[in-house]
Design a protein around this ligand. Structure first.
Ligand code: HEM
Length: 483
């Protein structure tokens, strides 16, 4: 009985190869509802791809705490003791390309992890870079427009890319990382991951610290040489997807060690960088890495659409003990993701098996399109109520924090976009610098405006005189050195 072909309603199908026709050569009959259902369902197979990070690969695994001291800093249940294991699902992605685009392009890689904790899901939705191009959510749609296709030509547009970057010098640090060797990881297993933003950890006593997350690959960092990457993009555009799947299939489970940097709350007012500016890193000399645990990926999805395409990660999905910071990018992301999920997957996306928590869910949300679970059955559906419905948990409240000042559109106080980008350049070996410069020169050559090129070169100069000079020379331009 198990291998009987049925309709979606379970009735046996008599013929799945020949549609019903009026006679041997007559037209097809509208009464062939099996045919109609098959064609109609096929037409609806696609959901909108993610507006960014459309191309991705995912896998299941677990997180295991290795440092029992961590519980002193956060009451997050899944970090409460060494040895505690939490199941998770991770998805890695490129940013700008469409769902069928090549894996081995120069782009940041998304690094999204969904921890199914006993106190609800925690999503850490980061990248393989510790910083980002911009630091205010209001600039994100414009930025992404420049990374996607030109509205007329439907081609990628380097003039738009460098126009935006040159007019947004806060991007210089991330541009330097992107154009360096790390811009094309060898595989998804050979790259680090970062939470990038600053988050707040709160312990059982209500004491808080600011934290930044670092996932260090246990496989070691490896990058692709540009010629090989270009060749692979043509020959095997799914190279990274295939590599991750095969490694896990062969039992070669990739893992990452998670560390945090911790900053006392009061340091945020005096630290040399604004700790909520996602274009900057915190020096590891000032705030050293503290080990937290290990993430291991040991199981491939059974079904790509159900588990990877329908996975919905949101930086706003927190658990008690982990909270947002005032980072303006993070604040915008707290809205953007769940909104995207309601549009892309539907209002009940969080009840799908890949997204639903592995702990009980009790609330008063009901109905909505595709409510495919029990919809709360006959349980009480409003609050307050006299029928023993689910009650608030005051300990889960966010920790209050002080805000002062005038409501308005405030700029960041810190405007040094150059020191950290320059430090990174100065840290590189001569070979790395040469490749960085070649990558940037190659990427800027097609820009159709000398003004844009000069404006961008002036930023490289300000980061490091040699950095700017080499790019100017590579492009056959010279800029007055006013750094
Ligand atoms: C995906 C918005 C910045 C990492 C997405 C999606 C949206 C979005 C709408 C698609 C979500 C979906 O359809 O499931 C934004 C906005 C940003 C921002 C408005 C700035 C205000 C960032 C930053 C990072 C990041 C700074 C990393 C540090 C990711 C990742 C994904 C993603 C990893 C893919 C998640 C997955 O695998 O499903 N972003 N993003 N984004 N974003 Fe962002």
């Amino acid at each position: 009985m198990n291998n009987r072909l049925t309709t979606s309603w379970g009735a046996p199908v008599g013929d799945n190869q020949n549609s019903q026709t009026a006679g041997q050569r007559g037209p097809t009959l509208i009464q062939d509802v099996h045919l109609l259902e098959k064609l109609a369902h096929f037409n609806r197979e696609r959901v909108p791809e993610r507006v960014v990070h459309a191309k991705g690969a995912g896998a299941h695994g677990y997180f295991e705490v290795t440092n029992s001291e961590i519980a002193n800093y956060t009451k997050a249940d899944f970090l409460s003791e060494a040895g505690k294991r939490t199941p998770l699902f991770a998805r890695f992605s490129t940013v700008a390309g469409e769902v069928g685009s090549a894996d081995t392009v120069r782009d940041p890689r998304g690094f999204a992890v969904k921890f199914y904790t006993d106190e609800g899901n925690y999503d850490l939705v980061g990248n393989n870079t510790p910083v980002f191009f911009i630091r205010d959510a209001i600039k994100f749609p414009d930025f992404i427009h420049t990374q996607k296709r030109d509205p007329q030509t439907h081609l990628k547009n380097p003039t738009a890319v460098w126009d935006f970057w040159s007019l947004s010098p806060e991007s210089l640090h991330q541009v330097t990382i992107l154009m360096s060797d790390r811009g094309i990881p060898a595989t998804l297993r050979h790259m680090h991951g970062f939470g990038s933003h600053t988050f707040k950890w709160v312990n059982k006593q209500g004491e808080a610290v600011w934290v930044k997350y670092h996932f260090k690959t246990d496989q070691g960092v490896k990058n692709l040489d540009v010629e090989l990457a270009a060749k692979l993009a043509g020959e095997n555009p799914d190279y990274h997807t295939e590599d991750l799947f095969n490694a896990i299939e062969q039992g070669d489970y990739p893992s990452w060690t998670l560390y945090v940097q911790m900053m006392p709350l009061e340091d945020a007012n005096t630290y040399k960088w604004d700790p909520f500016d996602v274009t900057k890193v915190w020096s590891q000399k000032d705030y050293p890495l503290i080990e937290v645990g290990k993430m291991v990926l040991n199981q491939n999805p059974e079904n790509y659409f159900a588990e990877v395409e329908q996975a919905t990660f949101s930086p706003g999905t927190f658990v008690p003990g982990i909270e947002a910071s005032p980072d303006k990018m993070l604040q915008g992301r707290l809205f953007a993701y769940a909104d995207a999920h309601r549009y892309r997957v539907g209002v009940n996306h969080n009840a799908l098996p890949i997204n639903s928590p592995k702990c009980p869910v009790h609330n008063y949300q009901r109905d909505g399109q595709m409510r495919f679970d029990g919809n709360g059955g006959k349980s009480v559906y409003y609050e307050p109520n006299s029928f023993g419905g689910p009650k608030e948990v005051p300990e889960a409240n966010m920790t209050p924090f002080e805000v002062t000042g005038q409501a308005g559109t405030h700029n960041y106080n810190h405007d040094d976009h150059y020191t950290q980008a320059g430090d990174l350049y100065r840290l590189m070996s001569e070979e790395e610098r040469a490749r960085l410069v070649a990558n940037i020169v190659g990427a800027m050559k097609p820009v159709k405006s000398e003004e844009i090129k000069l404006r961008q070169i002036s930023h490289f100069y300000k980061a490091d005189l040699e950095y700017g000079t080499r790019i100017a020379e590579g492009l056959g331009l010279s800029v007055p050195q006013e750094a």
